[in-house]
Design a protein around this ligand. Structure first.
Ligand SMILES: [Zn+2]
Length: 112
């Protein structure tokens, strides 16, 4: 499952991250991540992930946003600014982790 491998990658990144919020964003196409980015300073993971991906690949891709906390998973709903960025792209959907510490994800465009 894509989400499980993304969570495992996000855990690895979170260990080396010194940020207060440990968030990793993935752009996935055909079940394979082609862009992975963490938040860095004022730059949000979603924005960095979009910036480093080619627009051709972004088309119909799916974004996963994962926040790792000491307890497990945390709420990683994209902020207003990132929501705007995402809506300006051709990303199909966005799933993000929630506070319930499970692998459950929510569909961004439906809950917005
Ligand atoms: Zn943001």
């Amino acid at each position: 499952m894509v989400i499980a491998s993304c969570i495992s990658t996000a855990r690895k990144y979170s260990k080396s991250s010194e940020e207060n919020y440990k968030i990793t964003a993935f752009l996935v196409r055909n079940g394979k991540p082609f862009s992975i980015a963490t938040n860095l300073g004022w730059k949000h993971a979603e924005a960095r992930c979009i910036d480093q991906a080619s627009s051709e690949k972004i088309k119909n891709s799916i974004m996963y946003v994962i926040r790792i906390t000491k307890e497990g998973l945390g709420i990683a709903k994209p902020c207003k600014k990132c929501q705007g960025l995402i809506k300006d792209t051709t990303i199909k959907k966005v799933y993000y982790t929630t506070n319930d510490n499970t692998l459950e994800t929510w569909e961004f465009h439906e809950t917005d």
